[in-house]
Design a protein around this ligand. Sequence first.
Ligand code: UD1
Length: 348
Amino acid sequence: MKVLVTGGAGFVGSHVVDALLDGGADVRVLDRSAAEWLDENAELVQGDIRDAAVVRDAVEGVDAVCHQAAKVGLGVDFRDATDYVSHNDTGTAVLLDALWRRRFTGRFVLASSMVVYGDGRSRCPAHGHVVPPPRRAEDLGAGHFEARCPVSGCGASVAWEPVAEDAATDPRNVYAATKLHQEHLCQAWGRETSATVVALRYHNVYGPRMPRDTPYAGVASIFRSALAAGRAPQVFEDGGQTRDFVHVRDVARANVLALTSDGVEPGAYNVASGTPRTVGDIASALAAAGGPGGPKPEVTGQWRLGDVRHIVACPRKAAEGLGFVAAVPFDEGMAEFGSERSAALAVR
Ligand code: UD1
């Protein structure tokens, strides 16, 4: 089986490449640049996902496609919008067009994200399941971090519940909008070609090779960079924000299952560990991984308008439909990530 991995030199993509090679697949990578960790057994096509001629060559002769190439993160400000749309939307359209011309009908796996959900699923103690509006600056400024029940006259703090794939989508930033649009483009193409399209909605991925020192990285990377520089991780709000941190090797395995398992149904699947933690927990775990005497996390009360308070995945559909259950325990994964060993692995 020959698999094309777009973005295969990147953080998640390179782990997918490793896992596919370990499973005996032939792998072709389409990426703008090589990376020192890219396995030499993978064939590299160097070029841009938006370059139709390059992409036409890259899709030649492949049986399955794993589309990881994207501009990630939440962006710095709206000036990033054109770049996100160009890489993520146009890039995907160019890839699908090349596959359509080739009459490709194999498996197509898209790297999507939990950001398509907006806020997670919430329950009001009085009104049951509710969809709270984005949190207000006045509340955040006053240290009220929980979202409020939208029922008129209620306004109680809501509690989180795991979000399943049939939850309404609500992309709240440009990156999220492009991830959902990618899903829609792929579904439209899948209907025209009868190829099987699987969108993997990654929750918070972490692990070796995670980009460092960039405003586009997630919180685990930001905390690790701070600790490495001898600074205390700055924990926003009260540190009680909940996320599902899933290890990149687990994410790679979910991709391999989606690409190769028999009878996979098309559609979206959460890729998560199933063991939610708070941002405060992550800061403590990474600080502990650095050993005693290092900086301790500081809970700052700062907040970013547009941050989601809690987003926690229901991992059931991926378990039943893909046979995916995360295997790397939080403590082990974070200890490895926060330690020197992980830093060494990251530049392997
Ligand atoms: C992250 C990614 C998003 C990805 C999603 C799922 C980024 C910027 N966001 O979203 O692209 O799709 O995971 O994988 O890559 N925080 C701190 N201190 C800091 C920075 C952040 O306490 O220095 C807090 C934030 O307030 C937030 C939480 O950490 O509550 C997570 O932040 P972050 O990782 O940036 O974004 P996510 O919303 O989880």
